[in-house]
Design a protein around this ligand. Structure first.
Ligand code: DP6
Length: 324
């Protein structure tokens, strides 16, 4: 049986994407800046099957409902591009907790896109591949590439935006992202549902859109010039603005748990003691802390002292998606 296997690493946005343009292409309303991480990712194997429907197995469990539909809809797009009607078995394994705000959909759809590109002989170039991954999940467009990644916002008229590209950064920016897992539970509100509710009801959402491009531009410049302090400050600013939009939605919602706040407080205390580090949080309770490589071990040790933390990983920048 012919099969194709790909591996993609997950990524965490420093300047966040939150909100979509209208339509079914999953075009992001904002751009974003992310870091692909070495430690976590998804391996996906595609095999053709003689069946009426695709089958999706995640971590050895056959999926039904929305997770299956999302993969089937995605493969329908792939089949249209490849002029094929062949169904697939999609066998995926996550080295990251699924649906917990640790970006498993990013690595998942990036690995699936790369495998599908090969399996259905689409011959997509990196921009088109990134756009294909984006239709599956906005953050997946970034996991096609390694290191720092710049994602263009969607363009409403010609629909040519909404793709990512690798960003050449200053090598002096020797950074780590400490991933602090603050809970074992799955998230209650998917990022997709959270974005829709925020854009529909939060009075802060227009301000989020209006102020986002400047943050992205300044943070991108800081990354390229090796200006760690500016990059870190904008990283915190972007995540707090995004979560403020959610708090102001009607009804408001949040992903923070008490331990999320405890880690945020610790980051501020470390900074007051002269250790430069900055937090960012996504659609889940975990905190990711940006720091210089030389400080990572000591900072991680200080988080270990917080009672109840589930797990701490120090992540290096990781490579782009690859066929295996
Ligand atoms: C908070 O990429 O998961 O992590 O496009 O609906 O699949 P969909 O959303 P997704 O959203 C990511 C939101 C975020 C911020 C970010 O990664 O930029």
């Amino acid at each position: 049986m012919k099969s194709t296997r790909a591996y993609a690493h997950t990524n965490i946005a420093l300047i966040k994407y939150w909100g979509k343009l209208p339509g079914h292409l999953n075009l992001p309303a904002t751009g974003s800046l992310s870091l692909t991480l070495e430690n976590f990712g998804t391996q996906t194997t595609l095999s053709f099957i003689e069946a009426a429907q695709d089958i999706f197995v995640l971590n050895n469990q056959e999926q039904t409902g929305e997770p299956l539909l999302r993969v089937q809809r995605f493969l329908d797009i792939v089949r249209a591009l490849g002029k094929s009607d062949r169904r697939c078995l999609v066998d995926s394994r996550n080295d990251v907790p699924t649906s917990s705000g640790l970006a498993s959909s990013a690595s998942g759809f990036a690995a699936l896109s790369l495998a599908a590109n090969q399996h259905y002989a689409l011959n997509l170039n990196p921009v088109d591949l990134s756009q294909l991954a984006r239709v599956g999940s906005g953050s997946a467009a970034r996991s096609i590439f390694g290191g720092f990644v710049y994602m263009h916002p969607g363009t409403p008229v010609d629909k040519t935006g909404g793709y990512a590209e690798a960003l050449a950064t200053d090598p002096a920016l020797d950074i780590r992202l400490i991933v602090v897992q603050c809970a074992n539970t799955c998230k209650e509100i998917s990022s997709r549902a959270g974005m829709l509710h925020t854009s529909n009801t939060s009075p802060y959402y227009p301000t989020w859109l209006a102020t986002h491009a400047k943050d992205l531009e300044e943070a991108t410049r800081a990354a390229m010039q090796g200006d760690f302090k500016t990059l870190g400050e904008l990283t915190e600013h972007s995540t707090l603005k995004m979560h403020a939009c959610m708090l102001a939605a009607k009804p408001g919602f949040w992903y923070f748990e008490p331990l999320t706040i405890a880690v945020m407080n610790k980051v501020k205390a470390l900074r007051n003691d002269g250790v430069n580090c900055y937090f960012t949080m996504d659609a889940g309770p975990h905190v990711k802390v940006l720091c210089k490589a030389q400080h990572a071990e000591d900072i991680a040790k200080s988080f270990k002292k917080i009672k109840g933390i589930v797990r701490i990983d120090i992540a290096k920048p990781g490579p782009g998606a690859k066929l295996q």
